[in-house]
Write a protein that binds this ligand. Structure first.
Ligand SMILES: N[C@@H](CCC(=O)N[C@@H](CS)C(=O)NCC(=O)O)C(=O)O
Length: 267
């Protein structure tokens, strides 16, 4: 089994947490979207949306995060890899879809300093154009991604889009906080795939330095966040890259790469 993913990608974090929790071995391929690696022809040919993660088992390729996680659950049940071999119940599945319905894109980008965001966006567009010149047969799919990049910039200028994304997040957090007032985890007293989908949302808020506003202001979520960060899966998938000072190292490394490539005009 192969997973194409990146530590920066929230949906990749969800799938990797599921794989770690279920103890499933896989071959890992890092595809850094900030460096535009998701546009390299070999990856783009397999996945013309260029989105991460992508899970491959033989000829079976899955692009949807919830579907990948449910597939991982089924594999772990069939092979009895994990001690926790219960399939997610309807309540857990409902939580998974509710969490997945919040798209972190506009919220995240609206918290990145505008100058840096525009520089990265321009760099990625240049990468797309360079890859298009190398593989003209993929031109229409590359054009689609360029169009999406311009649309994203336009939407970010619309305060309503950003406000709507923030309100959606607040509704989700309030609902989770209420649930965690009665149970230790999202789906009940046991850790489940609903938690696997939710933990990266909290990690994203921490990376954006928004913990006080969104996490610590909700006591049940704050306690839960302190508890789930102790899990080995969290430490391996997220903590290793973004725990404490490490996030500065991780983000600076990528930023320097983009800056050098821009200077050298090497896309
Ligand atoms: N098909 C995925 C979409 C995942 C997704 O939006 N991935 C983001 C990162 S978390 C991405 O790869 N963005 C890069 C791009 O849109 O070019 C799902 O809905 O489960």
């Amino acid at each position: 089994m192969q997973l194409y993913h990146h530590p920066f990608s929230l949906d990749s974090q969800k799938v990797r947490l599921a794989l770690e929790e279920k103890g499933i071995d896989y071959t890992s391929y890092h595809v850094n979207p900030i460096m535009g690696k998701n546009f390299s022809p070999s990856f783009f040919r397999m996945n013309p949306t260029a989105k991460l993660p992508v899970f491959q088992n033989g000829s079976h390729i899955i692009f949807d995060t919830v579907e990948i996680i449910q597939y991982i659950e089924r594999i772990s049940m069939v092979s009895f890899i994990s001690d926790n071999i219960k399939e997610s119940n309807q309540e857990i599945i409902q939580w998974m879809h509710k969490i997945q319905a919040w798209n972190p894109k506009f919220f995240t980008l609206s918290h990145v300093p505008e100058k840096r965001r525009l520089q990265v966006s321009k760099f990625i567009r240049r990468v797309v154009i360079a890859r298009m010149a190398e593989s003209p047969d993929l031109a229409s799919a590359y054009h689609q991604k360029l169009k999406e990049a311009y649309e994203t910039e336009e939407k970010l200028r619309d305060s309503e889009v950003v406000r709507w994304s923030k309100e959606h997040l607040i509704r989700l957090l309030d609902e989770v906080d209420e649930q965690l007032g009665g149970t230790a985890y999202l789906g009940g007293e046991e850790f489940s795939m609903a938690d696997v989908l939710f933990i990266p949302v909290l990690a994203r808020l921490a990376i954006l330095d928004l913990e006080d506003e969104y996490v610590n202001s909700r006591p049940n979520i704050a306690d839960y966040w302190a508890m789930v960060r102790q899990r080995p899966s969290y430490k391996k998938v997220i903590g290793r890259y973004f725990g404490g000072w490490k996030k500065y190292k991780t983000l600076t490394k990528t930023w320097c790469f983009v800056k050098i490539r821009r200077m050298l005009k090497k896309y």
